[in-house]
Design a protein around this ligand. Structure first.
Ligand SMILES: [Fe+2]
Ligand SMILES: [Fe+2]
Length: 258
C-alpha cells in the first residue's frame, strides 16, 4: 500500500542498504560457501570495513582480531555475520549521536525480540535460519522509529508509538495516514528484504496468521516480557529454557549503544 508522500521522501533520503548485504540476507536459507560469501563482502570496501570494525565491539564477545570478511565468515558463520552487518547498517541510518529515551527503549525492544526469536528457534527446533529470525526481529517495529523521526514534534503520535498494541495501530493511522506496519512493509519491499521476512513483519500484529516466522515473532514478545502465551507453543520446561536464553542475551543489549 502506498504511504504518504512525507514518509516516502524520508525513506528515499536514507542511504540504500548494501546490495551485498541483501544478497547475504536472501541466501540465509540456502547457505553458501564461506569463501563465496566472504569474497562477495570483500567487493564492498565500506561494508567490509564496517564488519571488521563491528567485530571488535564487546557486544559480540569475539576474542580474536578479525582480519577480513572471509576470516569473519569462517570464524563466526554466515548467520552471525548477517546479524552484525544488519545491526550496524541500522545504527548507521537510524541511530546517530544523541538519542531520546523512546529511541533507547525502541532499540532495546527490537534487539530483545531479535534475540527472543533466535532463542525460540534454538529451543523449539524450527527450520528457520537464525540470521533470518534475527533480521525479522530487529526490523519488525522499525516503522515506529521511522514515524517517530518524521513526526518528531507530534507528541500524541509519540505517546501512541510508545504505547503499542492494536489500539495504537488505529491511532497511528488516524494521525498520519498509515501505521508502523504499513510503513515498514512499504520500506522492506523497497529495500528488497526477503519476502518471508516481509510477510512475517506485515502480520506481526495479526494473531490469525499461523506461519512459523509470524508466530515466532509474536511468541518472542510473550517470552521476552514474561507474559502468558494465548496459545502456549511449548511445554513450560521449554519456555523456561527460552526465557533463560533471552535473559542471557539481554544482558548484552546495553553494549549496542556504545
Ligand atoms: Fe508492532
Ligand atoms: Fe514489537
Amino acid at each position: 500500500m502506498p504511504v504518504p508522500q512525507k514518509i516516502a521522501s524520508y525513506l528515499n533520503s536514507l542511504k540504500p542498504v548494501s546490495p551485498h548485504l541483501m544478497e547475504i540476507l536472501n541466501s540465509l536459507d540456502t547457505g553458501g560457501s564461506v569463501l563465496d560469501v566472504g569474497r562477495k563482502l570483500s567487493l564492498d570496501p565500506v561494508l567490509s570495513a564496517r564488519l571488521i570494525h563491528a567485530c571488535s565491539s564487546p557486544l559480540y564477545g569475539i576474542k580474536k582480531k578479525i582480519e577480513s570478511p572471509v576470516h569473519a565468515v569462517a570464524m563466526l558463520g554466515i548467520n552471525k555475520v548477517a546479524e552484525i552487518l544488519l545491526t550496524s547498517e541500522l545504527k548507521k541510518n537510524f541511530f546517530k549521536g544523541h538519542f531520546s529515551t523512546y529511541e533507547y527503549d525502541f532499540w532495546e525492544h527490537s534487539l530483545a525480540i531479535a534475540y527472543g526469536t533466535q532463542a525460540l528457534i534454538r529451543c523449539m527446533g524450527f527450520e528457520i535460519s537464525l540470521g533470518k529470525a534475527f533480521t525479522t526481529g530487529l526490523l519488525h517495529d522499525l516503522g515506529k522509529i521511522i514515524l517517530y523521526k518524521i513526526y518528531k514534534d507530534n507528541a500524541e503520535l509519540a505517546s501512541w508509538l510508545a504505547a503499542g498494541g492494536n489500539a495504537a495501530l488505529l491511532k497511528e493511522k488516524e494521525i498520519v495516514g498509515c501505521n508502523h506496519v504499513e510503513v515498514m512493509t512499504f520500506a522492506l519491499i523497497k529495500w528488497g528484504i526477503p519476502i518471508d521476512v516481509v510477510k512475517a513483519i506485515k502480520d506481526h500484529h495479526n494473531f490469525k496468521n499461523k506461519d512459523d516466522m509470524t508466530r515466532i515473532i509474536q511468541w518472542a514478545h510473550f517470552a521476552v516480557y514474561g507474559k502468558e502465551y494465548p496459545e502456549p507453543p511449548v511445554t513450560s520446561y521449554v519456555l523456561k529454557r527460552v526465557r533463560q536464553d533471552i535473559s542471557r542475551d539481554l544482558e548484552l543489549v546495553d553494549l549496542f549503544f556504545h
